[in-house]
Design a protein. Structure first.
Length: 571
């Protein structure tokens, strides 16, 4: 028998049936798709779709008050679990038996700046009676371990009185198989302990994660380092950094095959800043199929954070201290030219349907200089990272814990203390999650909300699965209409578009100063959203590569890992 993490899901589902627990309140997400598919296809369960986990958990209390039996709430990873806390606290003191099934990444990703992997079991002591965490299943020992813990969690719902219980279920997004592990020694240094010879004539790539705009001293230190070492600076919009050595290669990495990645791979990756929120970069450089790469982390906290499974050095100190301590030199300037040549072949001006992609095509070079923009995760950030923005524009996204909620509130907070135009690009699920912030009385006329309404999360519809099955509980479709009424009630000027012609006609107003804040709602279809994104990937792949996103993933993951990922998506 082959043991996989699907056993965890099978164990929990079977135990729910054995304990006659049938009411499930589901909040959509990526990590919990396999669980959702198992539940929605089983007639035993009564499934309810509630996007906002805060409401979902309170709804579960309401279901219990009428049914008088335990209720399950199910969410994805990231901070979705945290949004259960208010209702779980109510349930704790009300003694309501709610089983919070919270998905999480493999435990090795905790505290490693991996996307959507906060510690899920760190709930307040008066929100659950106890938190349980299933092991990652790989053999019969793990199976029996999981079976025992899952049983304990269900018993705890009613043992010594009733109350809420958390059960964490781990899941691996991108499994690593058929790859020989690389043994590494990780060493710790202060930033003044650099051995310059270790960087001499090396191919160096500095990756800058999420960062507030750099000050002049930091910029000069990085520039000086680049001049000496011929370093490439890999950035995306969240890096808020630009110089003559900068490359924005998110789109390139998304479309590259292994052969091309081997051509452009660095010998040393130096990471600064926070999370990148950049899945293409992670997929390209975290895989051990690309050998001969060291990762040096530079940060003031000195923590061991091995995001890409290649960490060899941790330098504790400021980036100014680090970059001014390096005196290595590199005379070969061909590495930077190679990256620029590859990037120059990437196109993003293909004709695509009305979508977030077509909107970014039209608007990316028209945003006012010195403005501010927030991107909702995941689709908005992913799409707009494929397009150039003026370096004077400050870019942000809530990629710390990487949840869909709170992006619009963060943007409103920024707008309150600046006179710059403040833009938000946000999908419908994230918007309706955070819509109450539009009623804040401090909102100024510098706010611009661009709402891409595709009637459900496009993130869950990029895999070619049956649309009807997706819309039931995975993508949370058909639960709302337009933001018009609420926006106008809150004092916003509301404009909308159902096609690209209408969008272009209204875009000048959206990009200009006005007496009121503006909400611009673009009504697109999920099919067009998916098709537009797939076009930018497919049309940039090598001619001998498969013309779907599957080809790109398969080339990076390998055949067996790709099959596991495909089976994971299918559930």
């Amino acid at each position: 028998m082959e043991y996989t993490n699907n056993n965890n899901i099978e164990i929990v589902v079977r135990l729910l049936k054995e304990n006659n627990i049938s009411d499930i309140v589901i909040s959509p997400g990526g990590t919990n798709i396999p669980f959702i598919k198992k539940l929605q296809d089983d007639e035993f369960f009564n499934c309810f779709s509630v996007v906002d986990e805060r409401s979902a958990a309170y709804i579960a209390i309401g279901v219990y008050l009428q049914r008088h039996k335990p209720v399950v709430i199910l969410c994805t990873s990231a901070q979705a679990t945290r949004n259960y806390i208010p209702a779980l606290t109510e349930a704790y003191y009300k003694r309501v038996p709610i089983l919070a099934l919270t998905m999480e990444k493999h435990s090795r990703f905790k505290y490693q700046e991996y996307m959507q992997a906060p510690d899920q079991t760190s709930l307040p002591k008066d929100s659950v009676k106890k938190s349980f965490e299933l092991p990652f299943v790989s053999d019969i020992n793990d199976y029996y371990h999981s079976l025992r813990i899952a049983n304990e969690a269900l018993i705890e719902l009613t043992r010594n009185g009733t109350g809420p219980v958390q059960l964490c279920v781990p899941w691996l997004d991108f499994p690593l198989v058929d790859i020989e592990p690389e043994f590494r020694t990780i060493k710790y240094y202060k930033t003044n302990e650099i051995v310059n010879e270790d960087l001499a004539n090396k191919k160096i790539l500095v990756v800058i994660g999420e960062h507030i705009p750099f000050n002049e001293v930091e910029v000069n230190a990085i520039n000086s380092f680049c001049e000496k070492t011929n370093t490439i600076i890999y950035t995306n919009h969240l890096s808020n950094f630009s110089n003559e050595y900068t490359v924005k290669a998110n789109h390139l990495l998304l479309c590259s095959e292994i052969e091309e990645l081997n051509e452009i791979k660095p010998e040393v990756i130096i990471s600064i800043g926070g999370q990148t929120g950049d899945y293409p970069f992670y997929l390209a450089f975290s895989k051990n199929v690309l050998t001969g790469i060291e990762h040096w982390r530079v940060n003031e906290d000195g923590k061991v954070i091995d995001t890409y499974d290649k960490l060899t050095r941790v330098y504790q100190g400021t980036i100014i201290e680090f970059f001014t301590s390096v005196h290595s030199f590199c005379q070969d300037h061909s590495y930077y030219g190679l990256w620029k040549t590859k990037i120059g072949k990437i196109k993003n001006d293909f004709k695509v349907p009305f979508s977030n992609v077509s909107i970014a095509q039209h608007m990316h070079d028209k945003l006012p200089e010195e403005s501010i923009i927030q991107f909702s995760i995941l689709n908005s950030l992913r799409v707009w990272n494929m397009f150039h923005l003026n370096p004077s524009i400050e870019c942000y996204s809530n990629v710390g814990a990487f949840g869909i909620d709170g992006g619009m509130s963060t943007l409103i907070g920024q707008s309150m203390v600046t006179d710059k135009l403040c833009f938000m690009v946000i999908g419908d699920l994230a918007f309706f999650y955070d819509m109450n912030v539009l009623s804040v009385r401090h909102i100024k006329s510098n706010v611009r909300i661009l709402l891409i309404n595709n009637n459900g999360g496009i993130e869950f519809k990029l895999h070619g699965e049956n649309k009807k099955d997706q819309d039931r509980f995975i993508a949370a479709a058909n639960y709302h209409g337009s933001a018009k009424g609420w926006a106008e009630t809150c004092g916003f000027e509301y404009i909308y578009a159902h096609n690209m012609k209408e969008f272009i006609e209204q875009s000048d107003k959206f990009l200009s100063n006005s007496e009121k804040p503006i909400l611009f709602e673009a009504f697109v279809t999920d099919e067009d959203e998916s098709d537009a994104y797939q076009t930018l990937v497919r049309e940039n792949k090598p001619k001998n590569a498969k013309d779907t996103l599957k080809g790109a993933l398969k080339s990076v993951l390998g055949d067996k890992a790709f099959k596991i990922l495909k089976d994971t998506i299918k559930g």
